[in-house]
Design a protein around this ligand. Structure first.
Ligand code: C2E
Ligand code: MG
Ligand code: MG
Length: 702
């Protein structure tokens, strides 16, 4: 029973000690300045008035306590042992005070304390958790050990901190004084049995020294020989003691704190990621600092930054509880694939980091990264559903890429970006070109903001022709950036940056407004096709924005065609679908752009309200060279016909291509063969007839 109680008390004291340590950490992190009243109020709200927290400054004056956040009177505690002990010694150790009678409250309390250290270890004060020993006693009091029985918690100084049964009146007294034996306390983690006489009856006393804390526990029970039934009841006693221990632990935990502290305690002083149990960002930063310090002394290491591929769509599709389980599974696989010296953390969302420490050769870095790629991309079985995701990894090496901890992080981040951009599921080492590319991206981003502000964007228009009538049926709006230095910048250079930074929302709106305005005054039989990015479909106000733009420009909704790509539909989230349906309900047409380059799931075509398929240029380009291209185009056009959709062939450059497309059943065509994209001023003047005889002569006879 002494052993069970030892474990139990150790755990309870451990909880309190972790709370003290979390105060120390908080103080350190706050740069040795902390708003204690606010901290106590917000983070450490206690749900039991028998426990209190107090902060004492280096002069022994109470700064704040959970009972009195802002002390109104000066309370001097500099003579208290729990203050002087820490003021005198630089050691960072837990101190458990003797029970003391409160100066104001006239109540007993025990203090568990730790030192607050400032820069260079200077003494900055003491953090105190105090509790009522009667409370402890009461918890143990439920255990009936018979007439001569009792439990005591005793300090290494031999003074009783808490007691029940025969020890209940020993509080604050020496355990040895009351005890009639010479039995001294013993080595750490060891138990001792002795026989005593209590009120004439023989009793047995088990004492045990707590492993980690300066405490002993003593259990006294009526002597076995004197109580013949004790042997028989042994099992019952032990079971009772175990149950009691659980109760004690539960009571201690409940006693501690509510809210954030509770969480912080349970998740180990906020160093652990609550979901996966891996280290969190904070712990990661500490560890990175350690590795970096060791690196300064010649110990090199590698930093791997991980980002899961395809996690977001799993989360969107199956919901967050499912996503959480997936993250747990990922964390497990990371754990099993790492060595003791590797450190892994979840930085947030679907981002993880690995610190590969004590690196001997660089080869080990690539091997680890590959092992992680393989491990994480194997299928998962979650709630009976089999799913597959992947991971991209960016690697930075301390001895190559780090001038500082920050440069190391940035390098790994850039490498991760490059791994993502290079098709995912890969690992990449940082190199200097990545930095240059990042700078170019930043320049483009900054430039784009200016472009939107200073009207440097233009919309060019490319006609889409009916193959049968050779008349212009629509113009596609294609954005251009007239850069003051670089001249006309094509969209492939800046659209991806605009998408990555979210600027695409503003840009897309601007293009739509410009295109509607340009077309509203032109031939009303010609439609205007505008490209929409998947990012725009995440905006809740998308449909309203389109409706407003149509209204202000006066363009009929039937004349607007919105071009989307398959990646828009791959998200499968309800917002996108609802947007598409609402747009269609307004009378707007939806075209599927670049068809054949993505996943080309045919299910998109009947699930979504699509009116038109644009066959990607890559197929048109191969016409006449590969038979496959013609077969694919034929398949697409017949599918479209049966689904009552029109087809536009993109990138038509020659008469032969146009002829072939006509033969394959394509309804419309677009490409340099007819016209390059042109500024609005160069296309047909407003209200001009759509037919262009000179183009008709270029086209082969139908
Ligand atoms: P897209 O929507 O597939 O546009 C067609 C692209 O093919 C245009 O390139 C056009 O100039 C080019 N093209 C047309 N005919 C031919 C041809 O015969 N031969 C060749 N080689 N190319 C031809 P551009 O203007 O560079 O636009 C590239 C892409 O940028 C567009 O592909 C579209 O995805 C995107 N984009 C352009 N403007 C916008 C916009 O306002 N918003 C969004 N979200 N994306 C845009
Ligand atoms: Mg397009
Ligand atoms: Mg296209």
């Amino acid at each position: 029973m002494a052993i069970v109680l030892d474990q139990n008390i150790s755990r309870s004291v451990g909880e309190i000690d972790r709370m003290l340590q979390s105060f120390q950490k908080t103080y350190e992190r706050a740069g040795f300045e902390a708003d204690w009243p606010a901290l106590l109020h917000n983070d450490y709200r206690l749900n039991d008035e028998r426990v209190q927290i107090a902060i004492i400054d280096q002069n022994g004056i109470l700064k704040s306590s959970s009972l009195m956040l802002q002390p109104t009177v000066r309370i001097d505690l500099s003579d208290r042992v729990h203050f002087t002990v820490h003021a005198k010694s630089a050691a960072d150790e837990l101190f458990v005070s003797k029970p003391v009678l409160g100066r104001a409250s006239n109540k007993w309390s025990i203090q568990l304390t730790r030192r607050l250290s400032g820069p260079g270890g200077a003494f900055h004060g003491v953090v105190v958790v105090s509790m009522d020993p009667a409370h402890l006693s009461r918890i143990y009091g439920g255990l009936t050990l018979g007439d001569g029985g009792g439990i005591a918690v005793v300090g290494t100084d031999g003074i009783v901190r808490a007691g029940t049964g025969i020890y209940s009146s020993w509080l604050g007294r020496g355990f040895m004084e009351g005890n009639r034996t010479d039995g001294a306390m013993h080595d750490e983690g060891h138990s001792n049995l002795s026989y005593e006489t209590f009120r004439g009856a023989k009793q047995i006393v088990a004492t045990r020294n707590l492993d980690k804390y300066p405490l002993n526990v003593a259990v006294a029970a009526p002597d076995i020989d004197a109580r013949p039934d004790w042997q028989k009841k042994r099992q019952t006693y032990l079971t009772g003691a175990t149950v009691l221990s659980m109760l004690v632990l539960a009571a201690m935990l409940a006693m501690l704190v509510t809210g954030r502290l509770h969480e912080a305690q349970i998740v180990q002083m906020a160093q652990q990621d609550a979901l996966t149990g891996l280290a969190n960002r904070l712990a990661f930063r500490d560890k990175l600092q350690q590795s970096y310090d060791a690196f300064a002394e010649g110990q090199t290491f590698a930093l791997h930054l991980l980002d899961l591929d395809g996690f977001k769509s799993v989360n969107d599709t199956y919901g967050h509880p499912f996503g959480d389980k997936l993250l747990l599974a990922v964390a497990d696989r990371l754990r099993t694939n790492l060595r003791q010296t590797d450190f892994t953390a979840r930085l947030g969302g679907d981002e993880f980091a690995i610190l590969q420490d004590k690196l001997r050769d660089e080869e080990a870095v690539g091997l680890l990264a590959q092992r992680i790629c393989d491990a994480l991309s194997a299928p998962y079985e979650i709630d009976g559903t089999r799913i597959t995701i992947g991971v991209s990894i960016g690697i930075a090496l301390a001895h190559k890429d780090a001038y500082s901890m920050t440069t190391l992080m940035t390098a790994a981040d850039l490498a991760l970006y490059a791994a993502k951009a290079d098709g995912r599921g890969k690992y990449k080492y940082y190199n200097d070109a990545m930095n240059a590319a990042a700078k170019a991206r930043r320049d483009i981003e900054a430039g784009l903001r200016d472009a939107l502000k200073w009207d440097q964007l233009e919309v060019h228009y490319q006609p889409i022709m009916s193959i049968a009538t050779r008349k212009t049926t629509a113009f596609e709006a294609l954005v251009r950036w007239r850069h003051p230095v670089r001249g006309l910048v094509p969209p492939f250079e800046f659209i991806p940056v605009a998408e990555a930074t979210g600027l695409i929302v503003q840009l897309g709106e601007w293009v739509l407004r410009q295109a509607c305005r340009d077309m509203a005054t032109r031939d009303s039989s010609i439609k205007i096709a505008v490209n929409f990015s998947p990012i725009q479909f995440k905006e809740s106000g998308l449909v309203q924005m389109v409706e407003d733009t149509l209204k202000t420009s006066g363009l009929a909704p039937e004349r607007l065609k919105i071009e989307i790509t398959e990646s828009t539909l791959m998200k499968r989230d309800s917002r996108t679908i609802n947007h598409l349906k609402a747009l269609k309900a307004l009378g707007i047409q939806i075209a599927m752009d670049d068809f054949g380059t993505g996943y080309s799931s045919l299910s998109y075509l009947h699930t979504y309200p699509i009116n038109c398929i644009k066959i990607d240029r890559s197929f048109v380009m191969c016409l006449g060279e590969s038979e496959g291209a013609a077969a694919i185009i034929k398949a697409i056009t017949s599918l479209a016909t049966s689904l009552k959709m029109s087809t536009v062939a993109e990138g038509v450059e020659t008469a032969e291509q146009l002829e072939a497309l006509a033969g394959l059943g394509c309804t419309e065509a677009q490409g340099f063969y007819f016209s390059r994209p042109m500024p609005a001023s160069d296309i047909l003047p407003p209200m001009f007839q759509a037919e262009r005889p000179e183009l008709a002569s270029l086209a082969p006879a139908a």
